[in-house]
Design a protein around this ligand. Structure first.
Ligand code: IYR
Length: 223
């Protein structure tokens, strides 16, 4: 993996016409505005090869010094999914019954979340994204840079790529998440970053009718 003396080669850029740029950006915006975090999953199986391809797409993300400081664990084993659900619910029960502040609980009220996490067993796959705080190869530690930024971008690639093929997910962060490192036997340089159930939504899945910010609220221009 460690590359030295890297040649610089011409970049194969694909230039779109102005009309295609406009059309593509608008259709992509429309598509991405339809993405929602899903908490009720169908147990219908999903094509796992497609999920492998989507994980490979996620791993194309930029990263600090190109260290690619992430590991994607793809869990379809029902016993492991169950163990993850039970451990996550144990932490969440403590969160909802005292570890989260009153303001936090109030902020979550409109989302209707609680400590009950059946989706962790019902979804056909769980993708557990780990950040590699440092490199570790044959007991040799090496530095990783901008790990949170890098892994967050990879997660964004993953979520949008899933949505493009009509698969749903939730960026779940049971806290603390160290049970995932134990259950999945991860090496000491890896810390759980996101737990993402993946599948089709349940036929009766609902989502809160949330309003997204308008450009005037999130865009400041300096012409
Ligand atoms: N981790 C808990 C609580 C939770 C926290 C936030 I911030 C959310 O946006 C949603 C839930 C849970 O998953 O229920």
């Amino acid at each position: 993996m460690e590359q030295t003396d890297i040649p610089h080669i011409p970049y194969a850029h694909v230039r779109l016409s102005a009309a295609d740029m406009e059309q593509q950006s608008k259709s992509d915006h429309t598509l991405m505005m339809q993405r929602r975090s899903i908490r009720q999953f169908s147990s219908e199986p999903i094509p796992i090869d497609i999920l492998r391809t989507i994980i490979a797409t996620a791993s194309s993300a930029p990263s600090g010094a190109h260290k690619q400081p992430w590991t994607f664990c793809l869990v379809t084993n029902p016993d492991i999914k169950r163990a993850i659900r039970l451990a996550a619910e144990k932490e969440e029960q403590l969160n909802y019954s005292g570890r989260m502040s009153d303001e936090w609980l109030k902020d979550l009220e409109p989302l209707g979340t609680n400590a009950f996490k059946p989706f962790l067993e019902e979804a056909p796959a769980l993708v557990v994204l780990f950040k590699q705080a440092y490199g570790l190869q044959e007991n040799q530690r090496s530095l990783h840079y901008y790990v949170n930024e890098s892994v967050g971008i990879a997660a964004g690639f993953f979520i949008s790529s899933l949505h493009r093929v009509g698969l749903c997910t939730l960026t779940h962060t049971p806290s603390p998440m160290n049970f995932l490192e134990k259950l999945l036997h991860r090496p000491p340089n890896e810390k759980a970053y996101l737990l993402m159930p993946v599948g089709y939504p349940a036929a009766d899945a609902t989502v809160p009718q949330l309003v997204r910010k308008e450009p005037a609220q999130f865009l400041v221009e300096y012409p």
